[in-house]
Design a protein around this ligand. Structure first.
Ligand code: ADP
Length: 295
């Protein structure tokens, strides 16, 4: 399995009981090594996809293979090699980090006392929680809770790690720490970071997919996607009152504030007009051109 280890999602669809089609004929291949960013707006279907891969819910159609494991049928084999950090990781507020991590290690089947202590201590150090290991989880900041979430997801050397919307609500320093810890995870592991924050992907992911309304819109490396927009993104400062009319005139893919002024970014093969200057494309330009499907 070591050589061929990849996640292959083929033609999956999921409709909820209320009629919402959360995933629609979605196919995606995710290779091991480096972090994979799954990017999409709220409601795109990211959590539904993550929960399906994590064997927490069923799909209506399609298949998911993880190496040679049939994910939709062989839940046990997936769970043995899965680390999952859910969006709403509830923590027991009255126990210490060390106690709860020890408990999770037991649940993951690490029952030998010495071995378990080794694993728990190693993970507390790795996630920078060693100094607060005896503090109650209820006293933890958002960033500390997320790092605890990573520690529990790493128990048992998982080969697939799924992290669902992790950085919302973290301050910049906590967010950096969190992303650094994730990006140190080994080359033989598949790490999927699901997020609606473009910067999470541009900072730490070597490959990505953009989904919206349950469909795959784009997949590949962020740098290739950015390169494909070279020379096609233009910007100009506008006043608030010019905004609406410029949306009618140009393929506006976004607005940015800079130094108190509003700039519009426009997708165009040629300069849209004298007031525009060429803008070096970034992943936000990729994201919004893709969502608006202007290229
Ligand atoms: P994301 O994680 O990208 O925000 P979700 O997978 O949570 O997207 O949701 C995709 C769509 O499915 C949304 O329209 C959402 O409202 C809907 N949805 C998610 N979970 C359920 C559920 N348990 N029952 C009904 N609709 C749901």
């Amino acid at each position: 399995m070591a050589e061929e280890f990849r996640l292959e999602i083929r033609n999956i669809s999921k409709r909820y009981g209320n009629g919402v089609k959360a995933l629609e004929d979605l196919s995606l291949t995710i290779e091991k090594g480096g972090m994979f960013g799954l990017l999409g707006p709220n409601g795109a279907g990211k959590s539904t996809l993550m929960r399906s891969i994590a064997t927490l819910q069923a799909v209506d159609e399609g298949s998911i293979m993880l190496g040679d494991i049939d994910v939709l049928k062989d839940h046990e084999s997936v769970r043995r090699i899965l680390g999952y950090l859910p969006q709403d990781f509830g923590v027991y507020s009255n126990v210490s980090a060390k106690m709860l991590l020890t408990h999770f290690a037991t649940l993951k089947g690490i029952t030998g006392h010495g071995r378990r202590r080794e694993v728990v201590d190693h993970l507390l150090r790795k996630t920078n929680l060693w100094n607060v290991k005896d503090k109650k989880l209820g006293s933890f900041s958002g960033g500390m809770k997320q790092r605890f979430g990573v520690a529990q997801a790493l128990i048992g050397d998982p080969r697939l790690i799924i992290v669902d919307e992790p950085t919302a609500g973290l301050d910049p320093e906590e967010r950096n720490r969190f992303l650094n810890i994730l990006s140190e995870i080994g080359e033989n592991v598949i790490v999927i970071l699901s997020t609606h924050i473009v910067e999470d992907v541009s900072e730490v992911c070597s490959s990505m997919a953009i989904i919206s309304e349950g469909r795959l819109l784009r997949a590949g490396s962020p740098s290739d996607a950015i390169a494909s927009l070279k020379g096609k993104i233009w910007k100009t400062a506008v006043t608030r009152s010019e905004l609406a009319s410029s949306r009618d005139k140009f393929a506006v893919i976004g607005e940015r504030l800079s130094g108190g002024r509003t700039f519009i970014h426009v997708y165009s093969d040629q300069s849209p007009g004298e007031a525009f200057e060429s803008s070096r494309p970034d992943l936000r330009d990729v994201y919004f051109t893709t969502l608006r499907q202007v290229n």
